[in-house]
Design a protein around this ligand. Structure first.
Ligand code: SAH
Length: 348
């Protein structure tokens, strides 16, 4: 059944109108969902009994069930959810000094097949609906409501490739971004892609204020194609062309993510190639310590080795940061919790 979370503000108004109701009914429903965060249609007390029963016949509110929660000593909390068709997905809440951020999954499994990633260990089962992405946010926000806390940031960096589920991801963001919805500012929203070039052009043309992050992970085609199969479809020359186009169209700083894999992409020549590749772009590089994945051979660099790479980039005028690690005492690597539960036979 469709979820009320699938409809963005405009669509909720359209739906109300299509039922012969005032458009304002849509506005009221939206308020109940996102301001009051009710999970039961009968709690929408300013709607008539008849309106409520029509809603209940056609929609559920929350399409997800929390099946597991892991809390780390640093406050990082992982949520494992189950959808109505039995799929498992995970989301992570992280605590920063600037606020609380949620990392949202966009697909069940992933087809991108990056060599180092746990998410791709299972092929994509399906795209998540926008309502299922909204529900990841709201389930966590409802827990935080009890403590008087709020989620202030969203990163679409969980399992899945958001630009392989473009429409639903954009619809989800429209709802969380809407000032009558959850009111998360565009600049507090980041979408991360492995480099689906046609969607980068499309995204650039939409001129949203969302941040874009590119998972680069290698500074030359030979290495990148080995680590990330998407590079065979869209090699670096095409990716960088799309990125430059994005830069022309959007006056926004771009983030490049670069996992440091010991002995693979962490050598001085890689830092040099990387700085050449990014020369002249309004960009910064987020150096990411690798979260080891049982099924994969890759190892992370030490903090010291990361610093050497960092210094080389800075010397070559590339701005960069080393990402702080979160939740190391829980199944922190992307997709790891879901994989472990699938192995135990809990779901798919
Ligand atoms: N498909 C999108 C978003 C999901 S992955 C993308 O590729 O950007 C989010 C980020 O986590 C990507 O940069 C991805 O390469 C990185 N990642 C995947 N597995 C990781 C691991 N085990 N340790 C650290 N980062 C990882």
């Amino acid at each position: 059944m469709q979820s009320l979370y699938d409809l963005n503000y405009e669509q909720m108004g359209d739906f109300a109108q299509s039922m012969g109701w005032k458009r304002f009914r849509g506005h009221q429903i939206f308020q109940w969902l996102y301001r009051e965060r009710v999970t039961d249609v009968d709690a929408m007390t300013n709607l008539s009994k008849e309106t409520r029963s029509i809603l209940k016949e056609r929609f559920v509110i929350d399409p997800l069930k929390v099946v597991k929660k892991q809390v780390s000593f640093d406050g990082t909390t992982k949520f494992l959810f189950q959808t109505e068709d039995g799929s498992l997905l995970e989301s992570v809440m992280m605590v920063f000094d600037y606020g609380r951020s949620v990392c949202v999954s966009s697909q069940v499994g992933c087809n991108m097949g990056c060599a180092f990633c746990a998410s791709g260990l299972t092929k994509k089962r399906r795209n998540l609906t926008s309502g299922e992405m909204v529900a990841q946010f709201l389930n966590i926000q409802r827990e935080l409501d009890k403590e008087g806390q709020r989620l202030s940031h969203i990163v679409v960096m969980g399992t899945g490739e958001p630009f392989d589920n473009y429409e639903n991801v954009m619809n989800f963001l429209a709802t969380v971004n809407h000032d009558r919805g959850l009111g998360i500012g565009s600049r507090h929203i980041t979408i991360s892609t492995c480099g689906v070039v046609p969607r980068i052009y499309e995204f650039a043309d939409e001129h949203t204020q969302y941040n874009l992050a590119i998972s680069l992970h290698a500074p030359n085609d030979e290495l990148r194609s080995k680590l990330m199969p998407i590079n065979q479809a869209y090699p670096l020359s095409e990716l960088m062309k799309a990125i430059r186009y994005y830069g022309q169209e959007n006056n926004r700083r771009l983030t490049f993510e670069y996992i440091l894999l010991k002995g693979v992409n962490d050598q001085p020549q890689h830092a040099r190639q990387l700085s050449q590749l990014l020369h002249g772009l309004n960009a910064y590089v987020n150096l990411i310590p690798y979260n080891s994945v049982d099924e994969k051979q890759f190892k992370s660099v030490t903090r010291q080795e990361a610093m050497v790479f960092y210094d080389l980039l800075m010397k070559n005028n590339v701005r960069c940061t080393i990402r702080k690690e979160h939740g190391q005492d829980i199944d922190a690597a992307c997709g790891q919790l879901r994989i472990n539960e699938i192995k135990k036979g809990l779901g798919q």
